[in-house]
Design a protein around this ligand. Sequence first.
Ligand code: PMP
Ligand code: GLU
Length: 387
Amino acid sequence: MELNPRVAAIAPSVTLAVDAKAKALQAAGENVCGFGAGEPDFDTPEHIKEACHKALKDGKTKYAPNAGLPDLLAAIADKLKNENKVAYGTDQILVSNGAKHSLFNIFMTLCREGDEVLLPAPYWVSYLEMIRMAGGVPVLVQADESQALKVTAAQLERAITPRTRLLVLNSPSNPTGAVYTEAELRALAAVAVAHDLTIISDEIYERICYDGVQPFSVASIGPEVCRRTITINGFSKPYAMTGWRLGYAAGPKAVIQAAGALQSHSTSAPNTFAMYGAVAALRGPQDCVARMVKAFDERRHYLVGRLAAMKGVTCAKPSGAFYVFPNIRSFGLDSLTFSARLLESEKVAVVPGAAFGADANIRLSYACSMENIREGMDRLERFLKKL
Ligand code: PMP
Ligand code: GLU
């Protein structure tokens, strides 16, 4: 059968594939140390599950309004106002089936055929394919370790052409864990303003920051930036709700309405009773988030310490998210070969940096147990000695 060429061209998600392979090996009886998917290992906090449970028992089993439950839209608007210092009306928010779906809706809504999209690299794997699916042209702006894996305003300026329309920002970053400072984000946003670009700011890891680093919402810079920014966020990472599939986009009303129309003909609103859980997540106690971040932080310290002690590996200490992105260039293998051999010989699953546009690196998620990290590091050490 002939396939739609736009779909046929899509490479499946490497992050999901690595996770699936690790789980399949595990199921086959292999003792795998998985550092693949960026998925918190914690269970969803009890009060969130209870709210969902209650909604189910109360018969909240019908379709919800396409853009999301009114209570959830209100809770998100309050959160954005209080935490992020951005005022969005409830008609400027669209709840979707995960932030991945929010991003997909937004790229489909904003990218015209041939529009160039500035994508700082290393980038999260799905942006690239989403931009292409939407007919856009990803333009990579490369950051390496010498610049803390963050792009500069000058680099963006150099990449701009008359066809540039969008800029993707993701701070804290997946896969690098880098967090842009407020000053850096202001400088990048100024380039967007000067060249009339729209910013897609994926802030899904905002709550997961370390060493006192404060996240910063691009849209809070001021009205000139806010009116050209779509803020993306979700529930998967801060509240360990990956399987609930809830995320949202907030932005100018016309964009949100158009994305809503797209959603209305593809998936409709997300799961109704799941959204009751999300209301509880936002309105309820937040100490559960702090507890998880504390655990991530302990793992981060340990993991970075172990990697630093391995000859030939260089690894910056990330300030956010739950990934480390060590450079393995000195071993002379590309990231795919390195990762495949590591999995084969030591049963350690990592994501090759090539998936994120950085072939000298590998990504390890530390959203996994300390025991897994300890054992995984022993195995990695053994593997490197054999290379
Ligand atoms: N953005 C980034 C940067 C991510 O790492 C993820 C995690 N998959 C997402 C968006 C999407 O998360 P979800 O669809 O689970 O909300
Ligand atoms: N965002 C996570 C990751 O990068 C989850 C997997 C995915 O959705 O790609 O590993």
